[in-house]
Design a protein around this ligand. Sequence first.
Ligand SMILES: [Zn+2]
Length: 161
Amino acid sequence: MTHSSTTTDPPVEIQTVASPSDDVSYRFLGQQLAGSSSQWVTHNHEDEFVLPGGRCSACRWTSVDIYRAATRIDGQPFNDEPATSGPLGKYLVVTSGQTIVPGEQTFVRCVWTNSPYEVFEVLTQRKNGRVSLPGPAARALSQAAEYDDGINDAYVNRAVA
Ligand SMILES: [Zn+2]
């Protein structure tokens, strides 16, 4: 599989990914292969925020980012930033549930893996025997497949569409 000549690989640069739930911030040299969000610009309600149990993708949304680490750089000092750690694998998959509704908390999950197939697995949802890839996950994977041969192979051979 050859890459399309119309796309340029994302730049290799210092990436900072905070995982508040793990109380850690990853800082590493690498590329952001994909970034996708289900956020809408406009609200679908008249109140300032969506009512409990309601759905509004301008109030709550999910985002998926995929990074590919290039080099270990942990151990180096970086300004006065909080505790940092370097890459724990080749790929970093960041999924987050974002919210602007007061009293609700944004959730961030960071998963490191060396396997492009596991990148898929992390983003795959299984519910009642049904397997699916939510919209932002599917879009992020298709973006990453453009730049990474391993993810492209996994994408071509994926079990779910
Ligand atoms: Zn809203």
